[in-house]
Design a protein around this ligand. Structure first.
Ligand code: FES
Length: 67
């Protein structure tokens, strides 16, 4: 699945970057020798990174508190 259309960065590439230590989308893209272009993908990329790094995303926290 493509996460970043501008740079053609896939979900697996974002997750791999997170596993090697990238904590932001910008850092993950830099691992692919890319830079953020339009920025439309940043929220989703960050969710993937947070998930991969074992952090709970804001959406999950809101959902859990509402339950
Ligand atoms: S879709 Fe990722 S920078 Fe545009």
């Amino acid at each position: 699945m493509i996460v970043c259309v501008c740079n053609r960065i896939t979900e697996s590439e974002v997750r791999e970057a997170a596993r090697v230590g990238c904590s932001t989308a910008e850092a993950a893209y830099a691992c692919q020798d890319c830079e953020v272009q339009c920025g439309c993908c940043l929220d989703f990329a960050q969710e993937l990174i947070d998930e991969e790094r074992g952090k709970r995303s804001h959406l999950r926290l809101v959902t859990a508190e509402a339950a």
